[in-house]
Write a protein that binds this ligand. Structure first.
Ligand SMILES: Nc1ncnc2c1ncn2[C@@H]1O[C@H](COP(=O)(O)OP(=O)(O)OP(=O)(O)O)[C@@H](O)[C@H]1O
Ligand SMILES: [Mg+2]
Length: 163
C-alpha cells in the first residue's frame, strides 16, 4: 500500500510579554506537534530550543516589547519555528549575527570553574537541538530567531493527508 504524503501546516501563537508565556508556549506547541505525529525526541529538542528563544525575548527584548509570536510550519521536510519580537534588537557588533562573529575567547576547559560564564549559552543550546538556527535582528526593529529541524514521519502520522 502506498504511504500517504505529509501535509503542510502553519500556525501562529501570539503571547504577551509575561513570564507565564513560556510554559504556556511549551504546553501548546508540544501538544500540537505530538498530535501531528512528531516523535517525542524531536518535540523535546524543539521545545528546548524554542524555550531559549522565548526566554531571550523576555530577557533581552527590552521594555518596548509588548508581545511576541511563535510561528510554526510543519511539513514533509520537517518543522520550522520562528520566534519574532518587536523589541530592542541586538546592538551592532554584539557577535551573534553572521556578519559580526564573536571575538575568540579561551575554551571553557581551560578556565577555572569559578570563571566559567554563567550566561551566553542559549544560542548554543538552540544550535545543538535543531539542524539550523538563524537570528535576524536590527537595533530598534526587533528580532526573529528561526529554527529548523528535520523530522522523520511515521507511516501512521496524523499529518499524512487523509486522501
Ligand atoms: N530576542 C532578542 N532580543 C535582543 N537580543 C537578543 C535576543 N535574543 C538574543 N539576543 C542577544 O543574543 C545574546 C546571546 O543570547 P544567548 O541566549 O546565547 O545568551 P544569554 O541569553 O545572554 O544567556 P543564557 O541564554 O545562557 O541565559 C544575548 O545576550 C542578547 O544580547
Ligand atoms: Mg538566552
Amino acid at each position: 500500500m502506498r504511504v500517504k504524503p505529509v501535509s503542510d501546516v502553519k500556525f501562529c501563537l501570539v503571547f504577551q510579554r509575561e513570564t507565564l508565556s513560556v510554559p504556556v508556549m511549551r504546553r501548546v506547541l508540544g501538544d500540537t506537534l505530538l498530535g501531528l505525529g512528531v516523535d517525542n525526541e524531536s518535540v523535546y529538542d524543539i521545545l528546548l530550543a524554542a524555550t531559549e528563544a522565548c526566554t531571550n525575548v523576555l530577557t533581552h527584548g527590552g521594555r518596548q516589547v509588548r508581545g511576541y509570536a511563535v510561528v510554526t510550519s510543519v511539513g514533509a521536510v520537517g518543522c520550522q519555528v520562528e520566534v519574532a519580537d518587536d523589541g530592542a534588537g541586538l546592538p551592532p557588533g554584539t557577535g551573534t549575527r553572521p556578519d559580526h562573529p564573536p571575538a575568540p575567547r579561551a575554551p571553557e576547559a581551560e578556565l577555572p570553574v569559578a570563571q566559567l560564564p554563567e550566561s551566553g549559552r542559549g544560542l548554543a543550546v538552540m544550535r545543538a537541538c535543531v539542524d539550523n538556527v538563524t537570528l535576524d535582528s536590527r537595533p530598534g526593529h526587533g528580532t526573529v530567531v528561526t529554527m529548523r529541524k528535520r523530522i522523520r514521519w511515521p507511516e501512521d502520522a496524523p499529518l499524512r493527508a487523509a486522501s
